[in-house]
Design a protein around this ligand. Structure first.
Ligand SMILES: CC(C)(COP(=O)(O)OP(=O)(O)OC[C@H]1O[C@@H](n2cnc3c(N)ncnc32)[C@H](O)[C@@H]1OP(=O)(O)O)[C@@H](O)C(=O)NCCC(=O)NCCS
Length: 185
């Protein structure tokens, strides 16, 4: 699958993306701003292998895509819709951009495209997202997509020797239908 916006080209991962994906996740700035993620080369390789494998699963329930910058087609991030339950038509959504591309509205662009895909193409009913309570950019991103806060989980994540609270957001198909006209117009 392939999605184009004014600034972004969103497509399936390919073999040559391993190196840029590993680099993107291990820049000093990214590690400083997102210290809770596992930034090791081995972990990036594991993620990459998962992303490639999911493409050929049948039925396909996980769509993890590469986000490229239209201007030069460089890989600048990744986003995914992962169906949790086919019966309940529920999925999790995630998105990550290289720090150099934060604050430009690119994340919201890609996020809206993924919600459009999830609700209109996959006919899902509910999309959820989870992040840490101190990840203010991610929380802003969820709000801007029209997601609602479902709850906060106290100290349910332990990374790098300390506890973090996490928060869960979701958006339902009806809610998306009510706001998506703004995005498509
Ligand atoms: C979460 C993440 C994707 C958000 O990226 P982002 O660049 O902050 O998000 P956006 O694309 O929504 O851009 C937001 C800011 O860009 C600025 N901006 C500049 N030009 C803009 C434009 N043309 N349109 C919209 N916003 C624009 C705005 O100031 C906006 O901030 P505001 O909403 O407070 O006004 C990014 O921080 C990231 O990759 N984090 C690491 C992974 C992660 O935490 N993922 C979330 C898991 S759910």
């Amino acid at each position: 699958m392939e999605i184009n916006t004014r600034n972004l080209h969103i497509r399936e991962f390919k073999t040559s993306d391993l190196l840029p994906l590993t680099e993107l996740r291990s820049t000093p700035k990214y590690i400083e701003l997102i210290p809770w993620e596992n930034h090791s080369k081995d972990y990036s390789k594991k993620l990459f292998d998962d992303f490639m494998r999911w493409q050929s699963e049948s039925p396909r329930i996980k769509f993890q895509l590469a986000i490229c910058y239209q201007e030069n087609m460089n890989l600048i991030g990744t986003t995914g819709i992962r169906i949790k339950s086919i019966n309940h038509r529920e999925a999790e959504m995630g998105l990550c951009l290289s720090v150099d591309f934060w604050g430009k509205g690119f994340a919201i662009d890609a996020g809206q495209e993924m919600l459009y895909f999830a609700f209109n193409e996959l006919n899902l009913h509910r999309i959820a997202a989870e992040t840490l309570d101190e990840n203010k950019r991610a929380i802003n991103f969820c709000h801007k997509l029209g997601m609602k806060l479902e709850g906060k989980f106290r100290q349910n994540k332990f990374y790098n020797g300390r506890w973090y609270d996490s928060v869960r957001f979701s958006i339902l198909k009806d809610e998306w239908n009510n706001i998506s006209y703004k995005y498509k117009s």
